[in-house]
Design a protein around this ligand. Structure first.
Ligand code: MLZ
Length: 462
């Protein structure tokens, strides 16, 4: 069955063709369904697909060739149309009624050519035989593997610890409400309910996000956690009516073990860090506190409120903390503390002035990786400032592990640096596959995004 695109009419195929853009291949996204298998999905593959160009009332199929690939989507051409590209059609390989060659025979389905070409070619059997010699197709268990890789260890009623969107320096206990494609809608245990029963504070994140943790994580690593306000009654909400169950470490992404003895991060050390509230900015920052298990609290120099409430927790393996000088050597503008000037700032002077030392380079995870992303590639990416939203986006720059993402149609203030292995980026067609709503580009055309009316205003929200 071909599912309706949940993306309010946005059509990736037309969009890519119109702008002459490439999509990042599925194999770039380590955490998504069929990532490993996708290496074998290529242009030229042949499949058996529902034949929509027939007047027959029964469901019949025909062979088609993959002409183009864009994430999970493929541009298909029925065999027999040869060089005629007018009836080409896009479909999502993950959900469309598409099967490996031989599927119809095994499942007693009919292969019937589209009505237009039926007249031109006589002797379909031998024609097909010729066309299929040496053709490759999708794996026999393609859809089964897809279903298997969409399984998720979380369900409604599971308790987790997650960053508090209203105070980023602390965590808060939350309950899983909805799971879509591995993305979790979490409701804080003391979120409160509005007059019509609506949840007053929720948070969306992927199950592999660095922002969620098993129960007891905060106490174990020494992170601040908000005590749940027991007087708030959530019992009328369906997620809380379930038998609640605590999440455990095995449900979460494994981080590399960190040995903190000898030459580890120390309080006061300087570094460069992605601003958690302005993800397009890499800033001058300081280690404020060293927690256990390789976690650090980091503050952005010159803009801290002073009570630690704007510190942010990063694991030492995080892409978001970088050694001093990283921006300069990679030609990225470094966001300086107020009062400093791009023309005169140097790390050497700054460190001396502050009487501080730079955190040792070897502690950072800046190893180059063969990720396969390249500037200009399109993808679906979470706006981490409003993490419910998965949006049409473009890779703007690639620097080491980092990708600078631009949201199509939005001003560059919305741009975000993410890790190449971030669980918040997805191939074209992922939303359709997962049944998640995709936010189309705003404004008529990406290149017209400077026109005042079509652009959104930046809001510092978590
Ligand atoms: N309400 C917000 C939405 C921003 C979403 C941008 N996504 C790239 C605003 O209009 O500011």
């Amino acid at each position: 069955t071909i599912r309706k695109d949940a993306s309010s009419g946005f059509n990736w195929g037309c969009y890519l063709e119109k702008h002459g853009c490439l999509a990042a291949p599925v194999s770039c996204f380590r955490h998504v369904p069929l990532c490993a298998q996708w290496e074998d999905i290529a242009v030229g593959l042949q499949v058996e697909v529902l034949n929509t160009r027939t007047t027959l009332l029964t469901k019949v199929y025909w062979i088609a060739t993959v002409i183009r690939l864009a994430g999970y989507k493929a541009l298909l051409r029925y065999v027999g149309f040869e060089d005629d590209d007018s009836p080409d059609f896009w479909c999502n390989l993950g959900i469309a009624d598409v099967h490996p060659i031989g599927w119809c025979a095994v499942n007693s389905k009919l292969l019937v050519p589209p009505q237009e070409i039926n007249k031109h070619i006589t002797g379909w059997k031998s024609y097909l035989m010729q066309r299929l010699v040496g053709a490759s197709t999708i794996p026999v268990d393609f859809h089964a593997m897809m279903a298997e890789s969409m399984k998720c260890p979380f369900r409604q009623g599971v308790r987790v610890e997650v960053v508090d969107r209203s105070l980023v320096s602390r965590t808060r206990t939350a309950v899983v409400d909805t799971v879509i494609g591995g993305r979790l809608r979490l409701i804080y245990e003391d979120a409160g309910l509005g007059a019509s029963g609506e949840v007053l504070s929720d948070f969306w994140c992927h199950m592999l996000s660095p922002l969620i943790h098993p129960i007891n994580w905060s106490v174990r690593v020494g992170h601040l956690i908000k005590e749940t306000d027991k007087s708030v009654d959530m019992s009328s909400h369906p997620a809380f009516r379930k038998v609640l169950c605590d999440s455990v470490p095995s449900q979460f992404k494994k981080l590399r073990t960190v040995y903190m003895e000898g030459g580890f991060f120390k309080e006061g050390m300087k570094l460069e860090a992605i601003d958690p509230l302005n993800l397009g900015n890499i800033c001058v920052a300081s280690v404020r506190k060293v927690l256990f298990d390789g976690y650090l609290m980091v503050g952005i120099d010159g803009v801290e409120i002073g009570d630690g409430s704007d510190w942010f927790c990063y694991h030492v393996g995080s892409h978001a903390i970088l050694p001093t000088g990283y921006c300069q050597s990679n030609d990225i503008p470094l966001t300086l503390p107020p009062g400093y000037d791009q023309a005169t700032f140097t790390w050497a002077k700054y460190l001396e002035e502050m009487g501080a030392e730079a955190a040792p380079r070897r502690l950072f995870n800046t190893d180059a990786v063969e990720h396969g992303f390249a500037p200009g590639m399109k993808l679906e990416a979470v706006d981490l400032m409003e993490p419910r939203l998965v949006c049409v986006a473009t890779v703007q720059r690639c620097v080491g592990r980092l990708l600078l993402l631009h949201f199509d149609g939005w001003e560059s203030e919305f741009d975000q640096w993410v890790d190449c292995e971030s669980p918040d980026i997805y191939p074209v067609g992922w939303c359709e596959l997962a049944g998640y709503q995709l936010q189309p580009p705003i404004g008529p055309e990406p290149q017209e995004r400077t026109s005042k009316k079509s652009v959104g205003k930046k809001k510092r929200r978590y």
